[in-house]
Ligand binder design. Structure first.
Ligand SMILES: NC(=O)c1ccc[n+]([C@@H]2O[C@H](COP(=O)([O-])OP(=O)(O)OC[C@H]3O[C@@H](n4cnc5c(N)ncnc54)[C@H](O)[C@@H]3O)[C@@H](O)[C@H]2O)c1
Length: 139
């Protein structure tokens, strides 16, 4: 059991074989997280003057290949295409991720907040109403 079991990570710019997004997605999957892998194009975009020969040699198919890699590690994956710099796409990423992997609050989620309020960790926090909703209030 790792501290990332049951966690979902949403990673953008994941479709290139040699990119940071793939590396980050796989690193999280290795330690137990499920992954929402996104990119602006299913095969990623190339830098100017780049032919992408390494990916052709690998038979790399962008998000589809990454999904296979993550599933091969025993984790769940959702791939999404969109431009993260556009608010509508970014909001859709979060909504689709929650629809696929989200969960409703459990009594234990509330109990941990009660413990926090009762502890010295919160001794200067007063008059607050806190949502325990897994981020639902944000969209
Ligand atoms: N801080 C550091 O040490 C460090 C190290 C390496 C890379 N970087 C930076 O990280 C970024 C990614 O590097 P990389 O090597 O993975 O690049 P990369 O070109 O291999 O991959 C970038 C991916 O992002 C996708 N993308 C571009 N615009 C997008 C958008 N608007 N919405 C969604 N996806 C989009 C592209 O399609 C591509 O697949 C770059 O900005 C790079 O400069 C930082």
């Amino acid at each position: 059991m790792s501290e990332f079991d049951g966690k979902i990570v949403l990673v953008t710019g994941c479709a290139r074989a040699s990119g940071m997004g793939r590396a980050i997605s796989v690193a999280f999957a290795r330690v137990g997280a499920d992954v929402v892998a996104t990119d602006v194009a299913t095969a990623g975009t190339r830098n100017e003057n780049e032919e992408g020969l390494a990916e052709i040699r690998l038979g790399w198919k962008g998000l589809e290949s990454l999904a296979g890699e993550i599933q091969g590690l025993g984790r769940r994956v959702l791939t999404l295409v969109g431009d993260v710099s556009r608010a509508t796409d970014a909001e859709r990423f979060v909504a689709d991720a929650l629809a696929r992997f989200g969960r409703i609050a459990r009594p234990d989620d509330i109990a941990r907040l009660a413990l926090f309020f009762a502890s010295e960790q919160s001794d200067h926090i007063t008059g607050q109403a806190w949502n325990v909703d897994g981020g639902t209030v944000m969209h």
